[in-house]
Design a protein around this ligand. Structure first.
Ligand code: F0G
Length: 480
């Protein structure tokens, strides 16, 4: 929740207390300069010992609750028929409303199975927007991704509350054009790569009507479902008085298959697929033991199954669903007030800095979002993630595909960081914005062919990291 102070300021409030802590250190500038060079200017390749605040992702990095940890202690380690699975299936039934579910080792494993069963060479999957792994699995199965986001969704400076909405006219036109080649429609809640932006209930209902009229399965990526539900409650007037649980259940009523990464809203690890359609379920289940594991563990440890079952229930509490969102909003609002270009309105998983507007002097082929992520690390010891052209693989002819957006993403793992951490991040990013002219581009030195952002190594164009470090040390000293 957020609290209004007597001076009128509204601040996010932690509705939990910290009982276990993990030490972090702030490596000084000389150390950071070395560390980012050793990591090939790719923040994925930084070891955590070189990092002060890890805002790479909210995936698998959330603080679990006492009840989640407690549940892990009583997990039932059976290869088949585990009681831990029974408890997960009960949580899926209660929270998502589906009778049939299967665990998978994480979200992308669900995407793999869905692509394996539904996508054939020539298939098209229509979606509000792609996620890196969802696109990779669809393309590896021979399909293509069709993004039908509303035009407003790609505008980084906006006041539109539901930038994750699918454009229903584009959907109808796509069905007219591709017909039976459309394997399924996929809605991602919240829409990760455009800034964790939610879609509305009204939009989902519209998508469902069109999907039903054409007999196309509707697949829902629920990795950040409780955040999307929280934003529906905040921004869609008809849902102001509904609970998070009620909003989630109504959404699930429109959906044929739901899948999720258990590493996000559910604050655990692993993932799952759920449906009420026995035929879909059986087709997916056939492949589960081949790629994941037996039906009652699906590649997950039973401890994590227990944690996910509790996490699914807890994410329906308003304070839990809003725990990261309130901090993200504070983070985004503070940066915006300081003149730093950020994605607005604040979304459901991170504060996203718009690198195209932050570094307008850099051409996109020099990877502004990657350069900004490297510069943020230098200026602060904070690890963010490039979400731009580096995260977009080349096309089949080997041509660079320029991403729609160039974002440096500062994820806010649930219940992990405090107000002073956020204030520090705001301060250093604001400082960097003043020195933005010093930040240069990057070029690949080692470039993997698939999901190149994970392991690719880059080098700076020129010696800008050194010059930026000198400016920093002049202002803050060598120890900061
Ligand atoms: N769908 C969405 C919307 C995601 O954000 C992710 C992961 C996945 C699917 C894949 O799930 O990682 O469990 O295999 N997002 C992470 C991130 C990696 O950092 O945003 P996974």
């Amino acid at each position: 929740m957020s609290i209004r102070l007597s001076d009128g300021r509204v601040i996010p409030m932690e509705m939990h207390k910290v009982r276990i802590v993990q030490k972090v250190t702030l490596p000084p500038m000389a150390y950071r300069l070395n560390a980012i060079a050793e990591a090939g200017y790719n923040t994925f390749l930084l070891p955590t010992r070189h990092i002060f605040l890890d805002m790479l992702t909210d995936s698998g990095t959330n603080a679990m609750s006492d009840n989640q940890l407690g549940a892990m202690m009583v997990s039932d380690d059976a290869y088949a028929g585990s009681e831990s699975f029974t408890r997960l299936a009960a949580a899926v039934k209660d929270v998502l409303g589906f009778e049939l579910c299967m665990p998978v080792h994480q979200g992308r494993a669900a995407e793999h199975l869905l692509a394996k069963v539904f996508v054939k060479p020539g298939s098209v999957v229509a979606m509000n927007y792609h996620f890196t792994t969802s696109r990779a699995h669809i393309e590896l199965a021979g399909g293509t991704v069709l993004e039908l986001l509303t035009d407003e969704g790609l505008r980084t400076a906006s006041r539109e509350p539901f930038k994750g909405n699918m454009d229903l006219d584009k959907l109808s036109a796509a069905i007219g054009q591709y017909g039976e080649r459309i394997a399924y429609i996929r809605m991602e809640a919240t829409t990760n790569l455009v800034g964790g932006q939610p879609f509305s209930m009204d939009n989902l209902r519209g998508v469902k009507e069109i999907a039903s009229a054409h007999n196309i399965p509707l697949v829902f990526d629920a990795s950040l479902i409780s955040e999307n539900a929280f934003l529906i409650k905040e921004r869609e007037p008809a849902y102001r008085d509904c609970s998070i649980g009620e909003i989630i259940r109504e959404q699930m009523g429109y959906v044929d298959i739901v899948y999720l990464s258990g590493r996000k809203s559910a604050a655990a690890r692993g993932g799952l697929i759920a449906t009420d359609n026995r035929s879909y379920f059986n087709r997916l289940l056939e492949w589960l033991p081949v790629y994941e594991g037996f039906a009652t563990y699906g590649g997950m440890s039973t401890k994590e199954i227990e944690a996910m079952a509790v996490g699914l229930r807890e994410m329906c509490e308003t304070d839990v669903a809003g725990s990261a969102i309130q901090f993200i909003k504070y983070f985004v609002d503070r940066l915006e007030a300081n003149g730093v270009p950020v994605v607005t309105p604040a979304g459901g998983l991170a504060c996203h800095v718009d690198a195209k507007r932050f570094l307008p002097h850099l051409p996109q082929v020099q990877y502004p979002a990657g350069a900004l992520a490297a510069a943020i690390y230098l200026a602060s010891g904070i690890r963010s993630m490039e979400r731009g052209t580096i995260s977009t693989d080349r096309d089949q002819q080997g041509n660079e595909v320029l991403a729609d957006l160039e974002l440096a993403r500062l994820a806010v793992p649930r219940r992990v960081y405090t107000m002073s951490h956020i204030e520090y991040a705001v301060d250093r990013i604001t400082w960097l914005h003043r020195w933005r002219a010093q930040v240069g581009g990057l070029q690949f030195v080692e470039e993997p062919p698939v999901l190149r952002f994970f392991f690719g190594r880059l080098a700076p164009v020129g010696d800008w990291p050194q010059r930026l470090a000198e400016a920093f040390v002049k202002e803050f000293g060598a120890e900061c």
